[in-house]
Design a protein around this ligand. Structure first.
Ligand code: ZN
Length: 80
């Protein structure tokens, strides 16, 4: 995954890589499970995933959609 030009890394605010989404995903995109690759260094909860190294939230989940934290900030719309 690392260095794959077709994927953008999901990272926590501390810079730990937790997975990836397709590159060039618009900030207002609808991100679903099939867009995500989540690495082992994360934990999954009902509300998303968090980084096992620093416990920061790296994905948020609502009603089948995700927002994910990347170097660009939070990407993806979720319905609250
Ligand atoms: Zn972290």
């Amino acid at each position: 995954m690392l260095g794959d030009p077709n994927r953008e890394e999901i990272i926590c605010p501390q810079g730990h890589v937790g997975g990836s989404i397709p590159a060039d995903t618009p900030a207002d995109a609808t991100i679903t499970q099939e867009d995500l690759i989540i690495d082992d260094g994360t934990n999954h909860t009902r509300d998303g995933h968090y980084c096992l190294r620093c416990r920061a939230s790296i994905t948020r989940y609502r009603n089948g959609t995700f927002s994910v934290h990347t170097a660009r900030g939070w990407i993806g719309q979720i319905t609250l």
